[in-house]
Design a protein around this ligand. Structure first.
Ligand SMILES: [Zn+2]
Ligand SMILES: [Zn+2]
Length: 266
């Protein structure tokens, strides 16, 4: 069984600074424990919502924006169990996080890279095998269109479940096809209605994504202030009606069983 736990569901500058919705990313718990996009409050979110950060196997950081990578060094610190003992854990990240963006800023420090068992730079189209102590997941990086050009989404197959994540992206031809066959698709839907903004999805764009991808369940996260004002549950319902895909809006602390789609709260 794979369970998805949302530590933070906020998107945009206002949530980042005011923490109306938190920004710690989400975790996939199955054979491997995978932390995705550890933004500000990721470590705190783990404690708050019953997740053991020290038992993380893999950290995935899709791009070098502060709402996605702020706590990566902190999480490596937890995962690697201090700096004296042997290297521990995997990191999968964009080139902007590992090598630096066009300005030379990098999300992860050299010190922390050295604490890892292994780090892997992913770009769209790459297929990686994630493995720790015989426990495995298959990782395929998908294309995203965002202002960090090395940004990627993914499809992770683990324990017979397929979970997709768009990361931050705008709609483009073929976006949805990349997630065909997913049980659950997590979409970063920043804006409501047709409120388009370059580099991000609105509800209208998410309808197109859902209609192409046809996942078993679509989950909206990375919700911006205008989305929160419009009502994410209402937007999810409208997206569901238009696309024919069962759609829910994530909340901080929400847990979703990726097989039966049962929802509970941590
Ligand atoms: Zn971004
Ligand atoms: Zn973002």
């Amino acid at each position: 069984m794979v369970e998805i736990v949302f530590l933070g569901t906020g998107g945009g500058r206002f949530n980042l600074v005011k923490q109306i919705r938190r920004t710690g990313g989400f975790r996939l718990n199955g054979s491997l424990s995978i932390h995705v996009d550890p933004g500000p409050g990721a470590l705190f979110g783990c404690q708050m919502f019953g997740q053991d950060a020290e038992k993380t196997d893999v950290i995935v950081v899709t791009h070098n924006h502060i709402d996605h990578m702020n706590d990566v060094n902190l999480l490596i610190e937890a995962m690697a169990d201090g700096w004296r003992v042997k290297k521990r854990g995997l990191l999968v990240a964009s080139s902007s996080v590992i090598e630096g963006d066009e300005k030379g800023d990098r999300g992860v420090s050299r010190f922390h890279l050295e604490r890892l068992e292994k780090f892997m730079m992913a770009k769209p189209g790459d297929r990686l095998e994630l493995e720790r102590e015989g426990r495995k997941a298959d990782f395929v990086a998908t294309k995203a269109k965002h202002d960090d050009e090395s940004d990627f989404g993914f499809v992770i197959s683990m324990d017979g479940c397929k979970v997709g994540y768009t990361s931050d992206t705008e709609y483009f031809e073929g976006l949805g096809r990349q997630y065909a066959g997913c049980d659950v698709l997590v979409a970063n839907c920043l804006k409501p209605k047709e409120d388009g903004i370059p580099g991000h999805l609105s509800s209208a764009a998410t309808v197109k994504l859902a209609s192409e991808a046809k996942p078993g369940l679509l989950v909206l996260t990375h919700l911006g202030m205008s989305m929160l004002k419009a009502g994410p549950e209402k937007e999810a319902e409208a997206i569901g009606k238009k696309s024919g895909v069962k759609t829910v809006a994530a909340r901080d602390g929400m847990r979703i069983d990726a097989e039966k789609f049962n929802i509970s709260f941590a």
